[in-house]
Each structure stands twice: as C-alpha cells, then as structure tokens.
Design a protein around this ligand. Structure first.
Ligand SMILES: Nc1ncnc2c1ncn2[C@@H]1O[C@H](COP(=O)(O)OP(=O)(O)OP(=O)(O)O)[C@@H](O)[C@H]1O
Ligand SMILES: [Mg+2]
Length: 374
C-alpha cells in the first residue's frame, strides 16, 4: 500500500504540487491524469525521492519512506521514465540489468533474468539482447523500458506515460500485454497518462490533477457516473455515454427476473401479467422447440397485437461482456435485446436496448457534482 500524505513541491516560488494526499491499495493501479504541466511527473518522482518533497511524506506499507535508505527505496520501486530514457550506448541486456547490477547480482543470475524479462515483454531474447536501443522500434523500446523497471521484481512500479508516442495499434498491444502481466504480478502501480481512455482501461483508480492539485480520485465507474465538477466532466470528454458502455458489464444492467411464457398460450399469459399489474418489463416467449422471442409489456398495452410485436431473441452473450459489446451485437443484427447466459446455476437475463438507454441516461443526465447511485 502506498499513501501520499500531504506531499507538495515548490521550485523557488513556483508551486508545482500543492498538498496532495492519495492512497493506492496493495496490488492496484492508480492512474494519474491531467493536462500537461499539472504536476504528474513531479508527484511520481517524489514517490521514489528523485525529487524531495517540500512538505508531506509517503508511507509505503505504513512505513514513512524517509526512514528507508534511498538506494533500497529505489530498488523496491521500478520506474518507467517518460520518453523511455534507455541508455543509448548500452545494449538492451545492459539496460535491463541496471538495477540487478546495483543490487550485486552475479552475472549468471543477471543473464537469466534478462532473457526471462525479454520473454515476459514478448521480445525474442536471442534477437534482441545484444542490440542497441536505436536498432529497435518505438514500441520495442517501450517494452525494454518496462523490462528494465521490472528487473529486480519490485513490489511497486511508477510508470510515466509508458506507452506514449507509439501508433494506436502498438499502444493497444502494449496495454493488453501489461494488463495480462499485472493480473499475475499484482504490483502496486502509479501510472501516468494524458489519455483518459488509457486511464479508464488501465486504472483500478483514477486520480485527476489540475494545477498541482488533486481534483478527484475514484474508480473509473464512479468517475464517469459522478464527475465532481465541470473540469472533470470536460476532461472525460463529450462521449461520456459511450465510455460508460465500455465500463459496465451486461449483468449489471440486465433483467434477471423477466417472466418466461409459452408461445402457445402467450396471449392469455401476457394478459395475466398485465392483470397482476406488471409494467414496462421485458417478457420472454418460448416455443415448443425452445426458440426464444421477446416483447416489452408496455408495447402490448399500447394496443398492438402480440403476434406483431414479438421478435426473436437470437443473440447470446455472457454476464461479463461489456454493454458496449451488447450494443454492437444489437446494431449488427438489427435487434433490440440479447439473452445473457452465465454458468448453469445462474438465472439467464435479458438485456434490452431500452434498459441500456435508461441506465446510461440516468448516469449522464445528472449534473456534475450530483451523486448518482450506480
Ligand atoms: N526542476 C524544476 N524547476 C522548476 N520548475 C519545474 C521543475 N520541474 C518541473 N517544473 C514545473 O512544474 C510543473 C509540473 O511539471 P511536471 O513535469 O510534474 O508536469 P506533468 O504533469 O508531468 O506534465 P507533462 O504531462 O507535460 O509530462 C510544470 O509547470 C513544470 O514547468
Ligand atoms: Mg510528465
């Protein structure tokens, strides 16, 4: 666990970071975002004491980090520098082995670790270990930067725009590779980016900074649902509704207790539901072959016949799929509902376009600063 407690930095009479407090739970990734010059790199470099804070301190696992020797602190904190910063006159292997060498590992152990790390970041050791940075592509250099930061297997990592300055496809590959790795490594990470989409994708927690101050720190879901003020809303962007689609899974929005009625007797059974006072719910219709259809009870009440309004329920997704994927499937099939089937013991659910619309609208319609339950 890392806890920044009221840390701040002044350069002469310029305050780069005001009193900033932030807690990053063990094994989680906190992404710091904010406009250029808002103090992200300064904050990060205070965590490994490359910059001494003017005020405040940092607790790592409840211990004040000033009590630790700086060399030990830095060994335990991997650092991916903004713009990668590989040593140009050293080979890839030499670059990666910087920290293990300082820690006094023997040559054999270092060589083994270098090859292992190259494999981890998906670079062929044979082909790459003796190359120089200029012989690699931008994306490959970023992989080496990551390998170097992970060399001594530090429990904490600071990553300053680690995947910037590469094309979007390479960037996505790097992000996915890192997410796969982090699922296993479970390091405590502070990750800096300019890109709110990257923050939403990579972060368990997002901290938004503005002019050296923390504006909001929350989970991506909370941040999108409850931006604290207009600055955060603007930073998230005009497509907040689309970003929300990506973040929530189908099981969070679906109906789990939609009535299932038989196609043979659907007229009577639908009528019974109306008499019971049900309203605006999706109803699943099943024929004798097990084919499924559906309709919305409100449509029936508007006077249309049931034969006219039932439509096939032919798309199936899983509870963990995003509602964005559900939307995409609906659009592709010109359909307005999907069936959600999980494990055997889970009730199937139905996710409708109307359900998604209401859910996203409820989140987006609130004013910045207003709390919406999600
Ligand atoms: N050594 C220094 N001396 C004086 N001012 C500095 C120094 N280092 C940083 N600053 C100033 O502090 C502010 C914050 O800089 P910092 O590098 O932390 O920003 P950043 O959020 O990382 O920006 P970017 O997104 O562009 O990397 C900037 O205005 C910068 O000019
Ligand atoms: Mg920076």
């Amino acid at each position: 666990m890392i806890r920044l407690e009221g840390i701040g930095k002044e350069f002469g009479d310029f305050t780069a970071v005001k009193e900033l407090s932030l807690e990053i739970p063990e094994g989680k990734t906190c992404v710091m975002v904010g406009p250029s010059g808002c103090g992200k790199t300064t904050t990060m470099r205070m965590v490994n004491r490359l910059i001494e804070p003017t005020r405040g301190t940092v607790y790592i696992d409840e211990q004040d980090y000033k009590k630790k020797k700086v060399e030990i602190l830095r060994r335990d904190i991997g650092y991916v520098i903004q713009e990668v910063g590989l040593f140009p006159h050293r080979t890839i292997a030499e670059n990666i082995s910087t920290t293990p060498k300082l820690a006094g590992w023997d040559d054999k152990k270092i060589k083994k670790r270098v090859d292992e790390l190259l494999e981890i970041v998906e670079l062929n050791p044979e082909e790459n270990r003796n190359k120089f940075p200029r012989q690699l592509s931008g994306g490959q250099r970023q992989r080496v930067g990551l390998a170097r930061a992970m060399a001594a297997d530090p429990p904490v990592m600071l990553m300053d725009e680690p995947f910037a300055a590469v094309d979007p496809i390479t960037r996505e590959n790097l992000q996915n590779m890192f997410l796969r790795l982090q699922r296993k490594m479970k390091k405590t990470i502070i990750f800096v980016t300019h890109d709110i989409n990257e923050a939403i994708k990579m972060g368990d927690q997002i901290a938004i900074l503005k002019e050296g101050e923390l504006v909001q720190a929350d989970t991506p879901e909370e941040l999108l649902a409850n931006p604290k003020n207009q600055f955060v809303t603007d930073f998230i962007g005009v497509d907040r509704a689309i970003k929300i689609l990506d973040l929530f899974s189908t099981d969070e929005v679906m109906w789990t207790e939609a009535p299932v009625i038989s196609k043979k007797n659907m007229q009577e059974e639908a009528q019974k539901l109306i008499e019971k006072g049900e309203k605006g719910i999706p109803v699943i219709v099943e024929d004798e072959q097990g084919n499924k259809f559906w309709f919305d009870l409100d449509e029936l009440e508007s006077g249309q016949s049931l034969e006219e309004i039932i439509r096939p329920l032919e798309i199936t997704l899983e509870p963990t799929n995003s509602i964005k994927l559900a939307m995409a499937r609906m659009l592709e099939h010109n359909n307005d509902a999907v069936l959600i089937i999980g494990d055997d013991d889970e009730e199937p659910g139905i996710l409708t376009l109307k359900g998604i619309r209401n859910y996203v609208y409820r989140i987006c319609a609130s004013d910045p600063g207003e709390k919406v339950e999600i």
